[in-house]
Design a protein. Structure first.
Length: 226
């Protein structure tokens, strides 16, 4: 395949072949290529071998993905491959990952409705907060930063305790999905509950003051984080 010393100007000037799709390889970043279709669409890719098999990982299209960014993505892929990962296979599997809405529906039917009297509360939180934000996304794409952003929005509407409940629900739902081998990662790991909760506790104590026996009720406040 032809090789080019790619520059931004060179990539922009590459014309499609009249005989069909053609690919050019970057002399500065070995195995990084630019595939040019007959219609002019330009797609970055990287070639690599893993377990003896030749694989191709699509990085993105130009100009949405610049030359510099394509080289950066290819370098990251190279590091992943060195660690024994197969980024092309991982990308393909991610494309078939379940939607968050599907995980939520299964959680409600197979767990919450069976084991929780409060399942309607779970459904309300899913319908009001979780699904509008993430329902159409693949569950594997939800990251810790997404969880934090969702909780921040709930806190901003002056509902920090509700944010605690939503966090507990999402954490439980992902743990359930992991236990069913539907997912492998829980984005709620190391996410602290944002709201401070006050728990009032009535304690039955025995009074010994002044030698007076008997029982009396004392009320005490205990603060903690959910």
């Amino acid at each position: 395949m032809p090789q080019h010393h790619f520059t931004a100007r060179c990539v922009d000037a590459v014309k499609p072949s009249t005989s069909g799709r053609i690919a050019y390889f970057d002399t500065q970043a070995p195995n990084v290529g630019l595939r040019v279709a007959e219609g002019g669409r330009k797609t970055w890719f990287v070639m690599y071998r893993i377990h003896g098999r030749l694989r191709r990982l699509t990085l993105g299209t130009y100009p949405a993905l610049s030359l510099a960014d394509a080289r950066d993505k290819a370098l990251k892929a190279k590091h992943d491959i060195a660690e024994g990962d197969d980024p092309a296979t991982a990308k393909q599997q991610a494309g078939h990952a379940p939607l968050l809405a599907d995980i939520a529906a299964e959680y409600l039917e197979r767990h919450a409705k069976i084991h929780k009297k409060s399942w309607r509360g779970d459904k309300r939180m899913l319908d009001n907060d979780v699904l509008p934000a993430w329902g159409k996304r693949q569950a594997t794409t939800i990251m810790r930063r997404d969880v934090l952003a969702l909780l921040d929005r709930i806190v901003e509407r002056d509902a920090p305790i509700e944010a605690n409940r939503v966090l507990a629900l999402v954490r439980k739902m992902y743990n359930w999905a992991i236990s069913r081998d539907l997912l492998e990662h829980n984005p709620c790991i190391q996410v602290a509950a944002p709201g401070r909760e006050h728990k009032r506790e009535r304690v039955l104590t025995e009074s010994a003051r002044g030698g007076v026996g008997g029982l009396w009720l004392a009320q005490s406040d205990h603060e903690g984080v959910f």
